[in-house]
Write a protein that binds this ligand. Structure first.
Ligand SMILES: C[S@@+](CC[C@H](N)C(=O)[O-])C[C@H]1O[C@@H](n2cnc3c(N)ncnc32)[C@H](O)[C@@H]1O
Ligand code: SF4
Length: 314
C-alpha cells in the first residue's frame, strides 16, 4: 500500500496487482494510525488495458492479474478502513476490464450511501457494463480519457482498436441515462493529438455535455518510478511518431491560449525533479459557467472598488 498525502486528503494508491509481492492482507501489518486516517482510496482491481495509448505511462509487461472479490471485500471493510468516504476505481490501468467489475458493488453494498465512488476509465467498454449498481453504491463522477474529437486523431493516439464513434455513443448514453453523474473528460496532449483543442472543448461541452475537461501536457519519463507501475515510453513513442512526442513549453502555452475562454482557474504545474515528471494540467469549464465565474469575479472586484471609494468619501 502506498499512502500519498495530498493537501487536505490522503490517498492510498493501491493495490497495483501487477507489482510483485502485493498481498492486501499485509494491510494488517500497516500502522493502524495510517489506515484510520484514510478517507479516500484509489484502487486498481486489474492490471490490464484494451488500448495502447501513444503517451500512456503504464507498464503492461507483467501477466494479467485480477483482484479477487474476497480481497476487495477485505480492503473495503470498515474493519480495515474505518474512515473511508470515497473510492476511486482505476488510475493506472483500465478498471472496466476487470472480470469482477460487475460484482464489486454488491460485495460492499453495506457501504451504500456511506461512500462516494469515482471511476477513471477510457470509456470504450461502457456499453458492455451496467453502471446502475455503481450508481446505487455512490458513483458520482466518471473521469474518461478522450484524446481527440477527430476520429483519425483519436484512433492513432489510443491505438488498440479504440473507435471515436463508440466512445461518443457511450458518453452520450451515460449523459442521457445518468444526468447526475459528473463527466470529466481527461485529455493528455502530446504531438500525436495536439490538434484543434478549442474544437475538442466545444465537442466536449456542447455535444457530450461534459461537466469539465482536464487538458494536461502528457509527461514522458524514461525510468519507472519506484513503487509505481509506471513507465513512460519516451523512446518508443519517439520511434512511433518519428519525433519527440513531448510538447515544448511554447507549444503548451499556445494550447492554453487557444482554450483560454474556457479556463476558469490557474493551471496546475507540478515539477518532480527526482522522477523527471513535469505535470501541467488545466481545468476547463463550459462557457456559461466560466462566464458566470468571470461575472462573479468582476462583480466582487467592482464591489471592492466601490467599497474603497465609499471609504475614501467618508
Ligand atoms: C493510466 S490511465 C488509467 C485509467 C484509464 N485507462 C484511462 O485512460 O482513463 C490514468 C490517467 O492517466 C492519464 N495519463 C496516461 N498517461 C499519461 C501521461 N503520459 N501524462 C499525463 N496523463 C496521462 C490518463 O488520461 C488517465 O486520465
Ligand atoms: S492511458 Fe488508459 S486507456 Fe490509454 S493505454 Fe494507458 S491505461 Fe490504457
Amino acid at each position: 500500500m502506498i499512502a500519498e498525502e495530498q493537501p487536505g486528503d490522503i490517498y492510498t494508491a493501491t493495490i497495483y496487482p501487477a507489482l510483485p509481492g502485493i498481498d492486501v492482507h499485509s494491510l494488517h501489518e500497516a500502522e493502524s494510525s495510517v489506515l484510520h486516517a484514510i478517507p479516500h482510496l484509489r484502487i486498481d482491481t486489474v492490471n490490464a488495458c484494451n488500448l495502447n495509448c501513444v503517451f500512456c505511462h503504464t507498464d503492461f509487461s507483467a501477466g494479467i492479474k485480477h483482484m479477487e472479490t474476497d480481497d476487495f471485500a477485505f480492503v473495503m471493510s470498515p474493519a480495515t478502513l474505518p474512515c473511508l468516504k470515497m473510492i476511486t476505481l482505476g488510475c493506472a490501468f483500465e478498471p472496466l476490464l476487470g472480470k469482477h467489475f460487475d460484482e464489486f458493488p454488491s460485495i460492499i453494498q453495506r457501504q451504500r450511501g456511506k461512500i462516494t465512488v469515482e471511476i477513471v476509465t477510457n470509456g470504450t467498454l461502457l456499453h458492455k457494463k451496467d453502471l446502475v449498481p455503481w450508481v446505487e453504491l455512490g458513483l458520482t463522477k466518471l473521469y474518461v480519457s478522450v484524446f481527440s474529437h477527430i476520429d483519425f486523431v483519436y484512433e492513432r493516439t489510443g491505438r488498440g482498436g479504440a473507435r471515436l464513434q463508440q466512445i461518443e455513443t457511450n458518453l452520450l448514453n451515460v449523459r442521457k441515462r445518468f444526468p447526475n453523474i459528473e463527466i470529466v473528460l481527461v485529455n493528455p496532449v502530446c504531438k500525436a493529438n495536439d490538434v484543434d483543442l478549442p474544437g475538442f472543448c466545444r465537442w466536449a461541452f456542447e455535444h457530450i455535455g461534459a461537466s469539465s475537461v482536464d487538458i494536461r501536457r502528457a509527461f514522458f519519463v524514461d525510468n519507472p518510478s519506484p513503487g509505481h507501475p509506471a513507465f513512460t515510453y519516451k523512446t518508443a513513442a519517439t520511434e512511433e511518431l518519428g519525433r519527440s512526442p513531448v510538447l515544448t513549453d511554447v507549444e503548451w502555452k499556445m494550447i492554453l491560449q487557444s482554450c483560454s475562454k474556457y479556463i476558469s482557474g490557474p493551471p496546475t504545474c507540478l515539477n518532480v525533479p527526482t522522477s523527471e515528471i513535469n505535470f501541467d494540467s488545466v481545468r476547463l469549464d463550459p462557457l456559461i459557467r466560466t462566464r458566470i465565474g468571470m461575472a462573479k469575479f468582476l462583480g466582487r472586484i467592482s464591489f471592492l472598488f466601490r467599497g474603497i471609494r465609499g471609504t475614501l468619501r467618508v
